[in-house]
Write a protein that binds this ligand. Structure first.
Ligand code: HEM
Length: 116
């Protein structure tokens, strides 16, 4: 049987091709979830009050209807900053009392908007 080794080689090649093709068309990994489940959440001022940075709660502040996350800001440890607390609308305070004004806001992650 002089043809047998050639046939075996072809059989192995075809089998290899099928395996490679099957591997390439396999389902790709699902992309990692890119945002936390509660990202982009709008809330009322009443709900905002819970985000005061205490008891493991995140620390959020509202300015001009936009809610910012100050949880990871070193100036807002435990939701407190120079005598002011997170969980509040600080629109007037940041403009009239703080030395820096609203320019500090553009560094903060936005959580969502204040709703009625
Ligand atoms: C309730 C009103 C206020 C809000 C919403 C506010 C907000 C902030 C925020 C978000 C930062 C962080 C900025 C960063 O990461 O670079 C910051 C920093 C700072 N805040 Fe305030 N702040 C307020 C009141 C005050 C007051 C009354 C003072 C001073 C007595 C003050 C003094 C400072 C200083 C010195 C820094 C760090 C340096 C700077 O970024 O200018 N803040 N503030």
């Amino acid at each position: 049987m002089p043809h047998t080794p050639k046939r075996i080689s072809i059989f192995i090649l075809i089998t290899l091709f099928i395996f490679i093709f099957a591997g390439c068309t396999g389902k790709k990994d699902e992309p990692a979830q890119s945002a936390p489940a509660d990202a982009g959440s709008d809330m009322t001022l009443e709900e905002l009050a819970e985000y005061n940075g205490k008891d493991d709660n995140p620390a959020y502040i509202a300015v001009d209807g936009v809610i910012y996350d100050v949880s990871r800001n070193s100036n807002w440890k435990a939701g407190e900053h120079n005598g002011y607390s997170a969980g509040n609308d600080v629109s007037e305070l940041i403009e009239k009392i703080s030395p820096h004004g609203k320019r500090v806001l553009n560094k903060l992650p936005v959580v969502g908007n204040v709703i009625e």
